[in-house]
Design a protein around this ligand. Structure first.
Ligand code: SF4
Length: 471
């Protein structure tokens, strides 16, 4: 795939940008002005947006939820699915109208989509009112780009990954739970996935830097960290110190932060050592997201997933046996090219055997530039939708079945905020990552409390705070 090379691709260690540390520029130039940030896509983007918020705050901006009130708009885009593009271009249409009334408005577009072939060109030719286009490899330059912006469109998208920057001043969304990047990019090249092209090759952060960040978060009172990467299980494979994800997880656990999670896991890299570490430490949460994608070994091979149906089941059973009460969720794609009814039945067979706690299910759509896009997308939308509906029905039944097991039990919940399910209700997550809506307990936001579960639905639990009486 040809990545956009509007700027000549250059190794950042040789780039003039490199000599100027643009990470945490401070300025009062935009004091009293507002920014509006729109984030699309996965947790990685959500966390990148925390970096963007830090950068903008350092320039004096304050955040607004009303894009019409903003002096600067940033769109942090996603490239995983086609409709992500439509959403971005749809919103840009509204921004174009706004800019007619507010010519000084600064419009920035960044994220995975801008790393895709032709997107920067499209923004240049069809959306000239966009002021700044940046990519996933130079988020840290955004402050500099904004400060130096003149009247012409700035397109700064690099096709080569840069160095890993430390000491980023994130403005985190939560005071209790934090994302911690442990690596960037991915080397797996699953045939349907655009990530290795938009995020680049795998680069692991040094273990000491990750541990320092977790220690700082603990000091700041955070109760939960989620170690973040496209394929966390491959952590360290690009480093020369021989330390892997199991070692990192154990070191993080020893820091003593109450809750540790990690996403996302690729089954191919999931080792017995990791299972041992998870089962050994109480503060590593018994929740694993283990993407299956398909239950057919034939389709898995076409997807480049590197495991068979049998190997996935073997790993799944090992995890279930070693970690009592573990909850396992998954991702499944239906309608991959050449997926037959028999292949789909294999997927249902795995779902019935694993009885997942939950799943994100998707209809396959080709992403331009990936190897799978070269295979004819020969499954009709009607068949794809039929398969999705059938799959979702089974998945939801298993989710409800698992959730029902919680009724009458008392579980630990980290209360993260107000619930959308009514006034005087807060919400939070169990150790197994079940969403719980809780009556009362308004003062308990930011605490881990005991909750008695009164009823279960497919996607959430309801409960009441338990107050223990000392006799
Ligand atoms: S493991 Fe596969 S699906 Fe996941 S990010 Fe890497 S290439 Fe994409």
């Amino acid at each position: 795939m040809n990545l956009p090379n509007l700027k000549e691709a250059k190794k950042r260690e040789n780039s003039p940008v490199e000599t100027f540390d643009a990470r945490n520029i401070k300025s009062d130039k935009f004091e009293g002005k507002y920014f509006y940030l729109r984030t699309y896509g996965c947790q990685m983007n959500v966390h990148d947006s925390e970096e963007i918020k830090g950068i903008l705050s350092n320039l004096g901006f304050r955040q607004t939820d009303d894009y019409e009130k903003a002096h600067l708009i940033v769109m942090n885009t996603c490239a995983i699915r086609e409709n992500a593009h439509d959403k971005v271009f749809g919103f840009l249409g509204r921004v174009k109208h706004l800019k007619k009334d507010k010519p000084d408005l600064i419009v920035c577009v960044g994220g995975c989509m801008t790393q895709e072939e032709n997107v920067a060109e499209t923004l240049k030719n069809k959306y000239p009112f966009v002021d700044i286009v940046f990519g996933t490899h130079n988020i840290n330059d955004l402050g500099k780009l904004i400060l130096e912006h003149q009247n012409k469109q700035d397109i700064e998208v690099y096709s080569i990954e840069g160095n890993i920057y430390e000491n980023i001043e994130y403005k985190r969304d939560s005071k209790y739970t934090a994302w911690v990047n442990i690596m960037y990019g991915c080397d797996k090249f699953c045939t349907y996935c655009i990530v290795p092209y938009t995020r680049g090759k795998q680069r692991s952060r040094k273990m000491e830097d990750i541990l320092d960040e977790v220690k700082d978060l603990k000091k700041a009172g955070y109760l939960e960290v989620t170690l973040l990467g496209q394929n966390v299980n491959a952590y360290g494979k690009d480093l020369s110190d021989g330390r892997d994800f199991a070692t990192l997880l154990e070191e993080v656990a020893k820091i003593g932060i109450p809750r540790i999670r990690f996403v996302t896991s690729h089954p191919w890299d999931f080792t017995e050592e990791m299972i041992d570490v998870i089962s050994k430490y109480d503060n590593i949460m018994p929740y694993i997201h283990l993407p299956l994608q398909s239950g057919s070994s034939r389709i898995l091979k076409l997807m480049g997933r590197r495991y068979t149906k049998e190997e996935y089941l073997e790993l799944f059973n090992k995890i279930k046996e070693a970690i009592p009460g573990v909850s396992i969720t998954t991702d499944i794609i239906v309608g991959f090219p050449n997926e037959t009814d028999e292949d789909f039945d294999e997927t249902l067979d795995v779902v019935n055997k694993c009885q997942f706690d939950g799943a994100f299910t998707f209809i396959y759509s080709p992403r331009e530039g990936t190897p799978a896009a070269l295979i004819k997308d020969n499954i009709s939308m009607e068949v794809k939708e039929e398969r999705l509906q059938k799959l979702n029905k089974i998945i939801n039944d298993y989710s409800l079945m698992h959730n029902k097991e919680y009724e009458g039990k008392t579980v630990k919940v980290l209360v993260t905020g107000m619930s959308e399910k009514g006034e005087n209700k807060v919400c939070g997550y169990t150790e197994t990552m079940k969403l719980v809506n809780i009556d009362g307990a308004l003062n308990d936001i930011g605490k881990i409390i005991d909750v008695e579960i009164s009823s279960a639905k497919s996607f959430s639990l309801d409960g009441k705070k338990v107050t223990f009486v000392n006799n």
